[in-house]
Design a protein around this ligand. Sequence first.
Ligand code: COI
Length: 361
Amino acid sequence: MKYEIKINHAEKSKIDEVDFNNLPFGKFFSDHMFIADYTDGGWKNFRIEPFHNLSLHPATSAFHYGQAIFEGLKAQKDSAGNALVFRPESNAKRFNLSAERMGMPSLPEGLFTQAIEEIVRIDHQWIPSGELSSLYIRPFMMAVDEYVGIKESDDYTFIIFTSPVGAYYSSPVKVFISEDYIRAFPGGVGFAKCAGNYGASLLPLRFAKQKGYDQVLWLDGIEKKYFQECGTMNVFFVINNILITPPLEGGTILDGVTRNSVIALARKQGYIVEERDISTDEFFRELALGHVQEAFGAGTAATIAPIIGIGFHDKYFELPAIETRVISTAVKKELFAIKSGEIADEFGWMLKIPIAVHQAD
Ligand code: COI
């Protein structure tokens, strides 16, 4: 089904104000945004407008009670100039899982994908080139009832904006294992991409940064001994040539699209992958024996970010040099080649948006 989307073009593009050779993550925004309203029990008013600020009532429900969810995905260009969006259907599905958990309405997956297609097409000139750069796409939904009191909102707004970005992490990351703070518990909202999960991570992140780390590595909330995920990324380890990542069962970690893609590519390349609990005891025992070969985070913004060191209590543990890392290097290479259209998309992951390229006579 095709949805009718009204388009109101920006009068003047801001693209000349942006230095595409210097793209910090999340600082620049393209010319347009997609908006849809949920009122009277249905989605309506599908429109693309020039990018603009929102005017919201101070009692807007999302500000107070946190009914706010989001997604992140990326578009790149192939060598012919077409736009390629990575796995939008997976983000559409996850968006609806988050919506369900937060008591928010689901959004038709076809609308999610069509809106992304339209917004990327209209701002395709904002897709940067280069391996580390892409057009980051940020869909989000918020509760907009103007009301003081705890209840599910009746009305919601869904918006997609895009942002040309460079690398999220400019160098390998150091992570600190948090025992004082917990990100998620079974039965909670750990699997949902809801704003509150990120808000609650900021104070522990500040403390980790004060100790010289880039991110927090979370443990489970019950025994405080099993790895969960890093801030902004799922976590992977390679121990004795086996790629290990914490399992989704229990609902405490995000079902990352990059996580899922890393697992699929590693298995395809012949590596053994285990989705299972891994404890700090096991990890540090194997590290002491010299069996830990790699650690990395995987996420849309970060892609595959090598973890170079881990802090636990007051000790710092350096991990093997980046140049020695076989599995993450091979997976990252193939992932990039698929995303940029260099090799065939055998998993059917890419949404290709044809862009008419006008050749000069
Ligand atoms: C993403 O990887 O897309 C995320 O949502 C992480 C975000 C905090 C930038």
